[in-house]
Design a protein. Structure first.
Length: 146
């Protein structure tokens, strides 16, 4: 039974390594939560792009099939028919032309996690520390018996 207690640090080291890799490893809970947050950002961006696409599609349809909308848009861009003439009035400010905005570029980031090597080192140090404590306890007991 005396030698079996020296296996305890080994099992504690394995338990520490397993729990740390479950929480903070590359496939752990922390990385999983980060990936879920990135998924939500990407889904929100996709919704925004779908709405922009729908608005642009409606604008194209109205420009293709509605002559009045086409005339208003052309006047906004500075075009006129042969009968029309533009008068520029100084002091009223510059007319801002509408520009379509295609949306933000949303890049997915890789999750941040603790490398496996560091988790192994932490578990090894913990197991070694417990092993040293057990060995020192046995050594003190041996010295007291003498």
């Amino acid at each position: 039974m005396n030698a079996a207690k020296y296996l305890v640090p080994l099992w504690i080291g394995v338990l520490i390594y397993a729990s740390l890799s479950l929480l903070f490893g590359a496939k752990g809970l922390s990385a999983h939560l980060q990936l879920e947050n990135e998924l939500k950002k990407q889904e929100a961006n996709m919704e925004e792009l779908i709405n922009i696409n729908r608005e642009l599609g409606n604008a194209v349809n109205s420009l293709l099939y509605d002559k009045d909308t086409l005339a208003v848009y052309a006047r906004g861009q500075g075009y006129a028919s042969e009968e029309e003439r533009f008068v520029r009035i100084v002091g009223l400010g510059v007319s801002k032309k509408s520009r379509t905005y295609a949306g933000d570029v949303v890049a997915a980031f890789a999750p941040q996690y603790t490398p496996d090597r560091i988790l192994r080192i932490i578990a090894l140090c913990a197991g070694f520390t417990i092993f040293i404590c057990i060995a020192l306890s046995d050594f003190r007991k041996f010295l007291r018996e003498r």
